[in-house]
Design a protein around this ligand. Structure first.
Ligand code: DX5
Ligand code: ZN
Length: 218
């Protein structure tokens, strides 16, 4: 049976009360931390000092999603500060395989993220180098956008390639995941679900339980 994981995104949390906001998602598997540099995406969030503090107080492991240029320079630092998983965008690394190896060497899981317009084909043969592939189901940059169902064939393609390699690889979806979209993503092969507005838009632990239940039914 597939293990399904719910990763609330703290992009939708109250940034002035992050420690309290982390307490509200104790039942989550990982906390998804969106790092944006106003260069790779048209928005700006946080960098290493804040992520380091989140790491220090978080009761659950961190899943850091880097939406930054020059991932080669910055990604290893997030692994070094203790993030359990570090994901960078395919276009942001000069040599994605070398960077993934570096992250794994430091002790983090290595993830590669694909924007809606990014073709997965060049990465299919490289999947054993990664622990996770993140399929964006919105254009990266902002929470609260609508889920793009036309990304499901991409997930299917990745799930097929994962089976061919016979590897353990997490397939993560990020963007517009809610109780009404998570089922479609689970059916297409996703097992790791990021949800920002859907979780923090209600009582987080109730929303997490609901997402889990709907995903499990697929
Ligand atoms: C968007 C971020 C997402 C965002 C998702 O660029 O990568 O993680 O927080 O938010 P929702 O779930 O509201 O679409
Ligand atoms: Zn994200």
């Amino acid at each position: 049976m597939t293990v399904q994981r719910i990763h609330p995104s703290i992009l939708s949390a109250d940034f002035v009360n992050l420690e309290r906001e982390l307490e509200r998602i104790r039942t989550a598997d990982f906390v998804h931390v969106d790092v944006m540099d106003n260069h790779f995406v048209p928005n700006l969030t946080m960098g290493p000092p804040i992520v380091e503090r989140i790491q220090a107080v978080s009761p659950i492991p961190l899943d850091v999603h880097l939406m930054i240029s020059d991932a080669d320079r910055w990604a290893p630092g997030y692994a070094e500060l203790g993030a359990a998983s570090v994901t960078f965008h395919a276009e942001a690394a000069q040599d994605p395989v070398a960077l993934a190896r570096r992250l794994r060497e430091i002790g983090a899981m290595a993830g590669i993220a694909l924007k809606p317009g990014t073709d997965p084909e060049p990465y299919l043969e490289l999947l054993p180098e990664f622990d996770m592939v993140l399929v964006m189901t919105v254009e990266p940059g902002f929470g609260g956008q609508s889920f793009m169902p036309d990304m499901m064939p991409k997930l299917g393609r990745l799930a097929e390639a994962r089976a061919k390699h016979g590897i353990e690889l997490r397939l993560q979806v990020d963007g517009g995941i809610s109780a009404s979209t998570i089922g479609v993503a689970a059916e297409a092969g996703a097992d790791t679900f990021v949800a920002g507005s859907a979780v923090y838009g209600g009582v987080p632990e109730d929303r997490i339980a609901e997402l889990r239940a709907v995903a499990a039914a697929h």
